[in-house]
Design a protein around this ligand. Structure first.
Ligand code: ADP
Length: 180
């Protein structure tokens, strides 16, 4: 297998609470164990650090995606793999990321909305149900599931470790792990 000396962007898309961040952190740890240089870019952290003015309308969500793509591109250029965890609910956004980034692996983190709502990690589903959050993906805003993602992982039936192993085993990712 030809090893690639550039970075890859692994793009985790899915509903809030689907398990994007949890999977991203575990994947990053596993890749670092194998000697890869990896950085995680999380949608919420990006908003907090460099997107405080952004809301959740379509254009603002797209702007957050553009920023993530820009940073990923720079990281990739220097051989660092970017693991992006963002709801990125519209196909147009993921198509943009795929078009810009030279090495791109789209992973659909699939989990029924009912399970995400039961988990309600941040209490946001309850707020959205009470009508306190406009544009909440899966409740008051749409999510367009990827039509042909590079991978689909399920978090309602599979474990974090199992999903991480599947991603690591994907030939498209293995090319980016150090050969030693
Ligand atoms: P997101 O980043 O998609 O909003 P989080 O990763 O923050 O989601 O939260 C997912 C929640 O679901 C966490 O509390 C996590 O422990 C839990 N969870 C249960 N099973 C899984 C699984 N198989 N994969 C990922 N997360 C899981």
């Amino acid at each position: 297998m030809q090893h690639v000396n550039q970075g890859l962007t692994v793009w985790l898309t899915g509903l809030s609470g689907a398990g994007k961040t949890t999977t991203a952190v575990a994947l990053a740890a596993a890749m670092r164990d194998r000697g890869s240089r990896v950085e995680c870019l999380d949608g919420d952290s990006l908003r907090e650090k460099i997107g405080r003015e952004l809301g959740f309308g379509r254009e603002d969500r797209m702007e957050n995606v553009r920023r993530a793509v820009y940073i990923s591109e720079m990281l990739n250029r220097h051989g660092v793999t970017a693991i992006v965890s963002m709801i990125s609910p519209y196909r147009e956004m993921r198509a943009y990321a795929r078009a810009v980034l030279p090495h791109f692996l789209e992973v659909y983190v699939s989990c029924p909305v009912e399970v995400c709502e039961q988990r309600d990690v941040k209490g946001l589903y309850a707020k959205a149900r009470r009508g306190e959050i406009a544009h909440f993906t899966g409740i008051s805003d749409g999510y367009e599931p990827p039509e042909c993602p590079d991978m689909v992982i399920r978090t309602d039936t599979e474990t974090v470790a199992g999903n991480v192993q599947r991603i690591l085993d994907a030939p498209a990712l293995r090319r980016f792990l150090p050969p030693w």
